[in-house]
Design a protein around this ligand. Sequence first.
Ligand SMILES: O=C(O)/C=C/C(=O)CC(=O)C(=O)O
Ligand SMILES: [Mg+2]
Length: 218
Amino acid sequence: MAARNISRFWEWGRKIICVGRNYADHAKELKNAIPTEPVLFLKPPSAYVREGSPILVPLYSSNLHHEVELGVVIGKGGTAIPQSAAMEHVAGYALCLDMTARDIQDECKSKGLPWTLAKAFNTSCPVSDFIPKDRIPDPGNVKLWLKVNDQLRQTGCTSQMIFSVPYLISYISEFISLEEGDLILTGTPKGVSAVQEHDELQAGIEDVVAMNFKVERH
Ligand SMILES: O=C(O)/C=C/C(=O)CC(=O)C(=O)O
Ligand SMILES: [Mg+2]
């Protein structure tokens, strides 16, 4: 059998661990308190979608939001990884969108229910090509942007994150063992907004990667 290639990690069927409210300006725009510990949720591998295939608005949502985020691809698994060793577990990065059915999330929040249908539906995790680790020497200083139909909606820098990449790897792995091929979505900066059928989304990491996705309805 051919060896698996980490540069196609989305084909491995590994978990996607997402961090929420990791930028104070985004927590504030949705009127949430600034967290004192990382807020975590999961997406299944069926959430992945790649350029060339559309982002599908779930039938049950009329308020689908974009969230541009830095993704961290795990290259070496571990449990209770100390912060000092965390970067040894990183194989590379990816630019990701955490597509969110905001109306469903609001409903779940008001009922005290989990966010699964708001966050984990098919095509809720568009990903760029794999970015080898050496292309991003400092994951704490990565500039992200997102445009909808050529209009800039989100810009941010990972220097604004409340919890750093090494902290997140250490925190998550205390409770959920990390495996090779897992992806961590590190949260979104402010500027999230709704997308509609036929919209064109473009997103990038300055000087490193850019990607395009079309939005369609089922
Ligand atoms: O609490 C809310 O209203 C929304 C939180 C999120 O959607 C969290 C994220 O996914 C994020 O901050 O990136
Ligand atoms: Mg998010």
